[in-house]
Design a protein around this ligand. Sequence first.
Ligand code: SF4
Length: 233
Amino acid sequence: MNTDSIREEYLQLVATVREYVQEQLELGFTELQEPQPESPYATFDLRQLDADAQGCTRCGLHATRNTVVFGVGDPNAALMFVGEAPGADEDRLGEPFVGRAGKLLTDIIEKGMHLTRADVYIANILKCRPPGNRNPASDEVEMCSPYLERQIELIQPKVIVALGSFAAQKLLNTKTGITALRGEFYPYGIAGQRENAPMVMPTYHPAYLLRNPNAKRDVWEDIKKVMDFLKQG
Ligand code: SF4
């Protein structure tokens, strides 16, 4: 290989990297995270993690919750759904996605994917209900995230469907909204700390679909991509 062709190859490589970085910036993936301190739950199994969460007082939501909504489903599931936080029905029953929006998610799983809720794992970013279903506060997310992070580490799903902006932004460490993100796969932990990271498919939250039934078509397209991905093994 002569000097000119090496130089040309080098310039092409630089252009490719520049294009990739620009794309990531446009999608809002702006920050490389500092290495995180080891999780306090690094040695916990799912049962221990659940038991710990049941008594958790790490953030102010413990004072207003009725139950801790840890998560349900197959601890070895290839597919995980992650939403934002429990609502009133979930807070009462201790299970995620059991209200009207939950019924819609169950329909997606059962009628759309021909699976059962027991075949997948369903959880939220926050394990306790914010009063009046207000948006989660950043300190609540920070305090609660180690639970979800350890759940994902233990379950090792192939795909995580992020339901709504909040879950997608948290799982992908981005500020980009759901409309721009949905329909594409991204590696979980975009900050690059994980090998063999699950892929994240952002899509609309079922509660949004209740208000905007036309968006069901988009969600179905996203879910079909997830099914195809899972079929590929
Ligand atoms: S939301 Fe999470 S961090 Fe806050 S009290 Fe509940 S389990 Fe603990």
